[in-house]
Design a protein around this ligand. Structure first.
Ligand SMILES: NC(=O)C1=CN([C@@H]2O[C@H](COP(=O)(O)OP(=O)(O)OC[C@H]3O[C@@H](n4cnc5c(N)ncnc54)[C@H](OP(=O)(O)O)[C@@H]3O)[C@@H](O)[C@H]2O)C=CC1
Ligand SMILES: O=C(O)CCCC(=O)O
Length: 498
């Protein structure tokens, strides 16, 4: 039996969240290594909506990360040896348990991250969908036979689990970023050591409770919270780890890339974006406004694929800005657990400062604040959802990922002009555009330098499609059948003497 939440100073806050859960055992204050709940609660996890301490979690370091890797290494042979169907069944049970506990998981998520409860439920659902999808894919890790070039030999290629995998996940999607990495790994027969973001470890630990209940054997999934740089170094440099999957900032991605080069490790990197969102003058403007809202303001703009810079063509520029800002001005800001709230707090004050810096720079260059533009009267890290018009194409906000509820609208003349602006970025994660001209749709979709393109849609994330970027936005793909590729190695076998 795993230990309950320890008695300590933060107990009242912990019990207040616990008392609102149907299954209080989902709230954990220990790490999960080798099938045991370990560590001493130290580091505070706070609710960004009100600053209260939710719980404390262990602050582990390199030694514990090494123990977790060793546990994963020990668990690997038996897990890899299970049949695909056996692994698939366990993943399916994990999926069922996530769905059965979706309301608790969403409440934990909103409490530690801030997003509105409806969005948290949506994230739990897509998080579960990754598990369901890879439970199915587990049974389709097919190899191939290859027409031989020697009469006495037969050639084939098999796909085998790569081994122990490291996973480092961010705070903006504390549930789905975990399942998007862990479920293909487990489906392929790999074992995992996961380091969730320190701001939002509770969703990860709750998922581990359910994985344990689903029958994931000890050592197959390990969760280490604590000091990111030493833990990351172990995951990148320990010889037993063969793949590291990371979602987060480009800066940290580059550190991991360098570290992983020591042992020539395979790396999956899902890094920052700077998504353009283009509205052509033949577009359905109301649909474009809806798309801009969902793309820009979902998770308060803290989504790596969210629209970062909006381009509207001359003829419809004023109409688009007016309709967009009207909707944005109606948004309700508040604690994500309150009914009707669509904008929660940003993750921390550093995030607020970045939004303010981008607004100040744009305004200095001649931009106008159409709506929002300042901290909310609610205080803390609440910020008014903002629309800026007359933004210059070279403003800071068009160059850097804002990661906040700020839509800068830039004017453009024609297709060539806007494609050049969209592609003038070292990033290439997602792009969006609205047009009803079928020729233009093909031309622009093909010309945009990004891993994903949303045409007439501001929401493109789904478990069945490949998610990932080009240029400095990363390496590899997550989700879809391609998401399994990261976790398998192809082994070529020649059978001679036939
Ligand atoms: N692609 C995306 O989805 C995301 C992009 N970002 C971008 O990054 C900006 C900064 O956000 P921030 O939270 O600082 O993102 P980070 O990249 O710092 O954090 C993401 C994850 O990496 C961990 N981490 C941090 N430093 C290291 C390291 N040296 N070695 C290994 N792991 C490490 C963090 O742990 P810990 O929490 O313990 O520090 C967290 O788990 C955002 O404003 C946004 O632009 C951020 C998050 C997600
Ligand atoms: O930021 C991410 O990596 C996940 C995107 C999820 C979404 O599009 O809602």
């Amino acid at each position: 039996m795993t230990p309950p939440v320890a008695a300590r100073a933060a107990q009242s806050a912990a019990s207040s969240l616990q008392s609102r859960l149907k299954d209080p055992s989902l709230l954990r204050d220990r790490c999960y290594i080798d099938g045991a709940w370990v560590g001493t609660p130290e580091f505070a996890v706070n609710n960004p909506a009100n600053g209260t301490e939710l719980i404390r979690i262990p602050q582990l370091g390199a030694d514990d990360a090494t123990s977790a890797v060793e546990a994963a290494q020990r668990a690997f042979p038996a897990w890899a040896k299970l049949t695909a169907k056996q692994r698939s069944n366990i993943l399916r049970k994990w999926f069922d348990l996530i769905i059965a506990n979706r309301e608790d998981l969403a409440l934990i998520l909103t409490s530690e991250q801030g997003k509105p409860l409806a969005e948290a439920l949506g994230e739990v659902d897509i998080g579960a969908a990754y598990v369901e999808f890879f439970a199915e894919e587990a049974r389709r890790v097919y190899g191939e036979t290859i027409p031989t070039q020697r009469p006495d030999a037969r050639l084939l290629a098999i796909r085998q689990p790569i081994g122990v995998c490291g996973a480092i996940t961010p705070w903006n999607f504390p549930n789905s970023m975990i399942t998007r990495k862990v479920s293909p790994a487990l489906a392929a027969g790999c074992t995992v050591v996961l380091k969730p973001a320190n701001e939002t470890p509770l969703s990860a630990l709750a998922l581990a409770v359910l994985a344990e209940k689903a029958g994931v054997p000890k050592g197959v999934l390990n969760i280490v919270t604590g000091d990111a740089p030493p833990i990351g170094k172990v995951l990148c440099e320990h010889p037993a780890v063969r793949f590291v999957g990371f979602t987060g900032s480009t800066n940290v991605g580059k550190i991991l890339y360098r570290q992983a080069s020591v042992g020539v490790k395979k790396l999956g990197l899902e890094l920052g974006g700077n998504a353009p969102f283009v509205v052509f003058d033949d577009a359905d403007i109301d649909a474009a406004v809806e798309g801009a809202i969902v793309s820009k303001y979902r998770n308060m703009g803290q989504t790596c694929v969210c629209a970062n810079r909006l381009y509207a063509q001359d003829k419809i520029y004023d109409q688009f800005v007016e309709k967009l800002s009207k909707k944005v001005a109606e948004m309700k800001i508040g604690d994500g657990t309150e009914a009707g709230v669509t904008q929660g707090p940003l993750i921390n004050m550093k995030a607020i400062e970045k939004v303010e810096r981008h607004i100040a720079d744009a305004v200095k260059g001649g931009a106008k604040v159409v709506t929002g533009g300042k901290r909310s009267a609610l205080g803390r890290s609440f910020f008014e959802p903002t629309v800026l018009s007359d933004v210059r194409p070279d403003a800071l906000v068009a160059q850097e990922e804002t990661f906040g509820p700020l839509a800068p609208v830039i004017r453009f003349k024609d297709e060539a002009d806007v494609i050049a602006m969209c592609n003038a970025s070292p990033f290439g994660l997602a792009s969006y555009f609205y047009s009803r001209d079928i020729g233009r749709v093909w031309r622009v979709a093909e010309a945009l330098e990004s891993g994903m393109v949303g045409v007439n849609s501001g929401l493109i994330t789904t478990e069945v499609a490949p998610f990932g970027g080009v240029k400095e936005s990363g390496l590899g793909r997550e989700g879809s059948r391609h998401g399994m590729d990261e976790y398998v190695e192809i082994k070529y076998v020649m059978m001679a003497g036939v």
